[in-house]
Design a protein around this ligand. Sequence first.
Ligand code: AMP
Ligand code: ZN
Length: 299
Amino acid sequence: MLLSQTSENDADSLMRALLVPSPVGGVYARTGLFERVVEGLAFFISRLRDPETEVLRFPPVMSRTELERSGYLHSFPHLLGGVSCLKGSEATIRAVVEQPDWVEELSATELVLSPAACYPVYPLVASRGPLPASGVVVDVASDCFRHESTCEIGRFQSFRMREFVCLGTPDQVLDFRSRWLLLGQRVAKQLGLDHRIAPASDPFFGRAGRLAAMSQLEQSLKFELLIALRSEEEPTACMSFNCHRDHFSTVWPLRTGNGDKAHTGCVAFGMDRLVLALFKTHGLDLAKWPAGVREHLSI
Ligand code: AMP
Ligand code: ZN
């Protein structure tokens, strides 16, 4: 009891030193100290990129139709956030904003908040025609939104995700994922972060979702790199290594050079979680961080 209280207090003081709360749980302003490490980490990850990797940076919003078509709406409706606006003439809008229940008048736009950085990549690459024989790797990033039901340390509603996405033959994607499982652990080690890898499943919605999660586990489609951010007993996923098999080529015309359905996979870095883990491990004074870690992060 005493132990878990102590660690909650540690987590609180860590959050207070690095992030400024907003009136909404899980949404923070980030301090200069926090951002310095986020920037260092982003640069460190960029240096791991293969030279032929394409770089795309996405805005925090994406096409609602594309996200719907990708299957997200049915798998994770509880996490999705949409963009809604007031529509109509000046007089209509003027009248609406005078009402206390103006929110009721909002209507959906063609945009949703991106729940992961990689969703816009699949239709984009599919629109270019068949994949080259070597496959395609894209380095993507975006601010992401998930309507999380709790906001303990490391669980944000708005957070930053960096990903490398591979599109190719089944073997190319499996190789990519195996390579990144090792590279991800090497990154954590180089940054002095205690971690372990565990099989994982996504938080699918509802009863049917539990079956989807079980099948994901059975097929070893997802692994996570866990770090004891909140507690040792419930470590936090700071990276994920995902294999989607032919899910996205069933939805989009993603084909390999010989016309087969392409497979896809991605490795995702939770930037805010990784940076919290760095501060939790090495303390708030950057000058006291191990020299090797500071060098990797250019700080
Ligand atoms: P996922 O697509 O769920 O595997 O997420 C990829 C990575 O994003 C995770 O490994 C986390 O590091 C990070 N992440 C996911 N959800 C959140 C959240 N609510 N708050 C902060 N980081 C998150
Ligand atoms: Zn992804």
